[in-house]
Design a protein around this ligand. Structure first.
Ligand SMILES: [Zn+2]
Length: 107
């Protein structure tokens, strides 16, 4: 269930963020190219959220793209799901460009 608070990244759907996370990290399209091709602000926001995968936990805590402790917890969970999904898909896509930061070990 997404969060209704404006400014909270949890108002966006995992599936929608995943579309852009896949383009960025599996297909290897740069964030800039994705942003240039985005037609709506909603699309741009989703691309920015997908690029959260480039940040480490401390950077994200500084940005605070969530409204409460509960959303914080759920957001990190969502990010871990995205990382896991990308890791899986990258195994099947050897032409993918290297990710700027190595993905954390699976728990
Ligand atoms: Zn929230």
């Amino acid at each position: 269930m997404p969060c209704q608070n404006p400014g909270c990244m949890r108002k966006y759907d995992y599936d929608h963020i995943a579309v852009y996370a896949r383009k960025r990290y599996v297909e290897g399209i740069s964030t800039i190219v994705l942003l240039c091709n985005a037609k709506t602000d909603g699309e741009k926001t989703l691309i920015a959220l997908a690029s959260l995968l480039d940040l480490d936990d401390d950077n994200i805590r500084e940005l605070k793209p969530y409204c409460s402790r509960k959303c914080q917890y759920l957001m990190f969970e969502l990010r871990d799901r995205l990382k896991f999904m990308i890791e899986q898909e990258r195994h099947h896509n050897y032409s993918a460009l290297p990710i700027s930061r190595s993905l954390p070990a699976r728990r």
